[in-house]
Design a protein around this ligand. Structure first.
Ligand SMILES: NC(=O)c1ccc[n+]([C@@H]2O[C@H](COP(=O)([O-])OP(=O)(O)OC[C@H]3O[C@@H](n4cnc5c(N)ncnc54)[C@H](O)[C@@H]3O)[C@@H](O)[C@H]2O)c1
Ligand SMILES: O=C(O)C(=O)C[C@@H](O)[C@H](O)[C@H](O)COP(=O)(O)O
Ligand SMILES: [Zn+2]
Length: 376
């Protein structure tokens, strides 16, 4: 694998680079610039060593650098953790010329991005994603936020970072199932916009599920998957940062996924829920006469081939439906879904008949009928 970093430039609110490569932490001062004096490094305990290394580096370069240790995973995305970070910033006199650096998975970058968006109505943030999902999706594009008791990401802001450093070295320690969860968003990107991604995953499925790996070829594949996913996301958010329309395609599979996460009290990984959500969306599109069997089958085969779940328990439909009504794509009583009309051909399905929705859910419920003739 080449050691030369690749750069994807995004113009959304501001112009910034997403740098993809190895050993990139030395690039951080260049992204922060000379005007910044204080930096709050937001991280979880799992990333303590990386955060300490970044802090040492920044101190050596003359910055004042503080650490904020936040809870792991979805535990970070709460109003209490947000207030904890605000308190550190306030007590340390952070001004508009200071900055936040996040080091961690998507939960950390979502929280830290929202801290940056809200402190003094917006200070600089640089993300250093350390999960596959963070690199290909969460750290890129400026969606930030927290959960509330009523649902996932219900409070947040669109707030673009000043830069993103995807240092692939971080993936060496990423546990297999967190790596696989990241593949779900990569596969999503393949279905909505880049079929080459699907080919790459299909050709390397077995090896990808044996993560972590020392196989140089596979590292090259992972790098290409990260680059391709970031290119798609960058293109979409550069055109529609605030999700007026096009950006909704990045939400493929998420209407049901977020409901599953909520009903499961966040015991499911986001990527796993997105996997089930995409199979549901594919079934919905098929039942609505929009998508052919072949593409629906390809959802099950590719997601299943990397070990992602394809079904959900059948007895929670009413609960899921209630949560889905709070999805950000809803308009009043109108439920709206991103569906596909083919690979790379996303569209919307608005206000589907409740019978159709229930039938699509029956197809993915753990006690799903083997026949696909539910509505025929
Ligand atoms: N803002 C967006 O556009 C966007 C996009 C996709 C997902 N998200 C959000 O991202 C979150 C999911 O992100 P995630 O899958 O990265 O989960 P996560 O942030 O919960 O991280 C998963 C686990 O990996 C650990 N970890 C992180 N980096 C590691 C490393 N290098 N080595 C070992 N362990 C490491 C973490 O401690 C955690 O336990 C969800 O909250 C989701 O809503 C946001
Ligand atoms: O960037 C986007 O836009 C996305 O929808 C990407 C999703 O993968 C991500 O999970 C996002 O956080 C979901 O956003 P939400 O608006 O549905 O909360
Ligand atoms: Zn997602």
């Amino acid at each position: 694998m080449t050691d030369t970093p690749s750069v994807v430039q995004i113009t959304a609110e501001r112009t910034y680079d997403v740098v993809i490569g190895r050993q990139l932490l030395g690039e951080l001062p260049g992204l922060l610039g000379a005007g910044v004096r204080k930096v709050l490094i937001v991280h979880t305990e799992a990333l303590e060593a990386s955060a300490a290394a970044v802090r040492e580096d920044l101190l050596a370069q003359g910055y004042e650098a503080l650490l904020a240790v936040i809870p792991d995973a979805e535990g970070a995305k709460s109003v209490d953790v947000l207030a904890f970070c605000w308190q550190i910033l306030g007590q340390s006199d952070f001004t508009r010329s200071d900055a936040i650096v996040s080091i961690g998975g998507g939960a950390t970058t979502d929280l830290a991005g929202f801290v940056a968006a809200t402190w003094l109505r917006g200070i600089m943030v640089v993300h250093i994603p350390t999960t596959l999902l963070g690199m290909v999706d969460a750290a890129v594009g400026g969606k930030t936020g927290i959960n509330t008791a009523e649902g996932k990401n219900l409070v947040g802001a669109f707030y673009s970072p000043a830069g993103v450093l995807c240092d692939l070295v971080a993936l060496e320690t990423l546990p297999r199932w967190d790596f696989v969860a990241g593949l779900a968003e990569i596969i999503k990107t393949g279905f909505i916009a880049d079929p080459v991604i699907l080919d790459l995953v299909e050709a390397n499925a077995e090896a990808l599920t044996a993560w972590p790996t020392a196989d140089e070829h596979l590292w090259g594949v992972v790098r290409e998957l990260v680059e391709r996913s970031v290119v798609v996301k960058g293109r979409v958010v550069s055109e529609d940062l605030k999700e007026a329309s096009l950006r909704e395609i990045l939400n493929y599979g998420h209407t049901l996924a977020h409901a599953i996460e909520q009903v499961e009290r966040f015991a499911w990984r986001h990527g796993a829920a997105v996997s089930v959500g995409m199979v549901f969306a594919a079934e919905l599109a098929r039942l609505a006469g929009r998508l052919d069997d072949e593409v629906v089958d390809r959802h099950r085969s590719i997601l299943g081939s990397v070990g992602l779940p394809l079904t959900y328990r059948g007895d929670r439909w009413e609960q899921l439906l209630a949560v889905m009504r709070r999805d950000k794509k809803s308009r009043g009583d109108l439920l709206r879904f991103v569906v596909l009309e083919g690979v790379g051909k996303p569209s919307r399905l608005e206000g589907p008949d409740p019978v159709l929705l229930a039938a699509a859910f029956a197809e993915i419920s753990a006690d799903a009928p083997t026949s696909r003739a539910v509505l025929l």
